[in-house]
Design a binder for this molecule. Structure first.
Ligand SMILES: [Zn+2]
Length: 104
């Protein structure tokens, strides 16, 4: 176990990360963050965790990136669809612009 994994488990005793990976689903799914459809055949992010048993959730790639710095609290307060996929894309683009400006 590397140190990041250790810290994550220590910080979230009831929500244990199990695995996450990029997948191309054969069936349609709903994104955990924006609540919009992930089409079958559209590459997305599959997350498996353990909280009172195994669970699996799906994310658009940008919604996955967007939610990487969420705390456990954010997950509890943000239900799917509270932010739209378009808002996420806009925000990610704005962030990319800011980091580009900082680099110059
Ligand atoms: Zn999404």
């Amino acid at each position: 176990m590397d140190i990041d994994e250790y810290v994550q488990i220590w910080r979230q005793p009831t929500m244990v990360h199990y695995s996450d990976k990029l997948v191309i689903p054969k069936k349609m799914h709903t994104c955990r963050v924006c609540g919009e459809i992930i089409k079958s055949g559209e590459q997305c992010h599959l997350y498996k965790g353990i909280e009172d048993g195994f669970y699996t959730i799906y994310f658009h790639n940008e919604c996955w990136d967007y939610s990487r710095d969420w705390e456990e609290n954010d997950w509890e307060t943000c239900s799917p669809g509270e932010i739209s996929r378009k808002e996420i894309k806009d925000e990610m683009n704005a962030n990319a612009r800011i980091s580009n400006e900082n680099r110059n």
